[in-house]
Design a protein around this ligand. Structure first.
Ligand SMILES: C[S@@+](CC[C@H](N)C(=O)[O-])C[C@H]1O[C@@H](n2cnc3c(N)ncnc32)[C@H](O)[C@@H]1O
Length: 110
């Protein structure tokens, strides 16, 4: 039985904690600050990408992002033990994505 006076986000937290399920509304903060946009105007939040990868794929799977922008999907896919293919029409954004992936490598072996 759920108390009807709690907020929607509190309900979602309780529901997910108790049943391990997701509703179709996810509460994730967008990348509002320029500092966490990696030079791209509209990167996905890492948390959003991570949740999708965990929901729809298994370790070792191949994840394709045909509009990968700054490479958030590629980065999180790699961190979660999946393989990835990232494509973007902008050479500039591909360079940003490659840089993020290199940084991820350095962080792992540091
Ligand atoms: C919303 S952004 C993706 C952001 C990405 N998820 C991230 O976290 O950085 C959409 C991307 O689609 C790319 N794009 C647009 N049209 C495209 C096309 N026809 N083929 C490949 N990439 C395209 C844009 O350059 C842009 O980087």
């Amino acid at each position: 039985m759920v108390n009807s006076n709690i907020s929607i986000s509190a309900f979602v937290r309780l529901f997910v904690a108790e049943f391990g399920l997701r509703t179709n509304v996810w509460f994730i903060t967008p990348c509002l600050s320029k500092d966490n946009r990696y030079g791209h105007p509209a990167p996905f939040p890492e948390e959003l990408v991570k949740d999708h990868i965990l929901s729809w794929s298994n370790e070792g799977d191949l994840v394709l992002d045909p509009m990968c922008g700054s490479g958030t999907t590629c980065k999180m896919t790699k961190q979660l033990g999946r393989n990835f293919i990232g494509i973007d029409s902008s050479e500039e954004y591909c360079k940003i994505a490659n840089k993020r992936l290199e940084q991820d490598k350095l962080t792992k072996f540091a």
